[in-house]
Design a binder for this molecule. Structure first.
Ligand SMILES: [Zn+2]
Length: 310
């Protein structure tokens, strides 16, 4: 699983057809050979009538190599799924449904959009480990693009609404760099909105470093380290969360030409996924397909692996 293709050419050779993709899935799922998820028996026959499906010699259960992954029951070829996940995982800024449609030669924008949506849903691993240690927490606002706004140049329009976001960043290496991040859309900056975010995303005992906004104190089970500052100095006190916010805004404009309110959280999830896996692209590829290695049997429990934790 470590020999991940390092280039488009390598990828094309490695996953040239359906059989190659199926072999990869088989190896990810059953590194020691087939094991029936029903009874645990290892003897099975590959069915001739259903693609990439094995029938257990013991209990007769039929198991597809795609069972439990986002590819299951899909009409799209495995090669299309693999390419889509590869492009999403390796493009440094991400790829839009429109780009995916063109690059993969998909028949319709709708199927590209659905493909993107399914891959995006893999981006939030259930049971991912909460942020720990010293964590910068702050809020920001981002303009939303309305249905009738032009794709570019929509800035400054008076009817444009604002979307509110709360973010958290682990301060890693004694302040030398950012660790993992989390972002969430919130309706307002009240304690009722901010405390659940902290409870869901910061480990018990973590320290929340904030700008001293009155809604933060009292969040359960975390220490609070308020730094009351004027607006101008917030980026000095909370440098990493501010850098994340500004990267987010550049990314939103560059890749998506602004974000729509309806899909905001899924865009935030994509940004977080991409950031947290910026140095582990092969793991990102496997996470997107729902085949994080070495935890058979395939299920959503399987996503709770080192590469899915971020
Ligand atoms: Zn069985």
């Amino acid at each position: 699983m470590t020999d991940f293709p390092r280039s488009l050419i390598e990828f094309q050779h490695r996953f040239a057809d359906e059989a190659a993709c199926a072999r990869y899935l088989f190896a990810a799922r059953w590194p020691e050979g087939f094991v029936c998820p029903g009874c645990g028996m290892t003897k099975a026959w590959e069915l001739q009538t259903k693609p990439w499906t094995w029938e257990c010699a013991g209990c007769g259960k039929q198991t597809s190599v795609t069972a439990g992954t986002i590819m299951h029951h899909s009409k799209l070829p495995l090669t299309t799924w693999f390419w889509a996940a590869y492009l999403m995982a390796t493009h440094s800024n991400g790829i839009s449904a429109l780009q995916l449609q063109h690059q993969l030669g998909l028949g319709s924008y709708r199927s590209a959009w659905l493909l993107c949506g399914k891959l995006r849903r893999s981006m939030v691993a259930p049971g991912r480990a909460p942020l720990a240690g010293l964590v910068e927490v702050d809020e920001t606002e981002i303009p939303c693009r309305g249905r009738h706004d032009p794709v570019t140049g929509g800035g400054g329009r008076s009817h444009q609404g604002k979307m509110l976001i709360v973010g958290a960043v682990e301060v890693a290496d004694g302040g030398a760099g950012p660790g993992r991040i989390r972002l969430k859309e919130v309706p307002d900056y009240s304690a009722a909105s901010l405390h659940p975010f902290i409870a869901d995303n910061l480990a018990p005992g973590a320290t929340a470093k904030t700008d001293g906004w009155s809604a933060y104190p009292g969040a359960p089970s975390v220490k609070h380290d308020p730094h009351v500052v004027g607006k101008m100095a917030a980026h000095v006190v909370l440098p990493w969360v501010h850098r994340i916010f500004s990267n987010l805004k550049v990314w939103a404009l560059g890749v998506y030409h602004g974000l729509r309110r309806k899909h905001l959280q899924s865009y935030l999830d994509e940004f977080v996924f991409r950031f947290n896996r910026r140095r582990t692209r092969p793991a990102a590829f496997r996470s997107l397909l729902g085949i994080a290695a070495g935890h058979p049997p395939f299920s959503y429990n399987m996503l709770i692996s080192p590469e899915a934790k971020a």
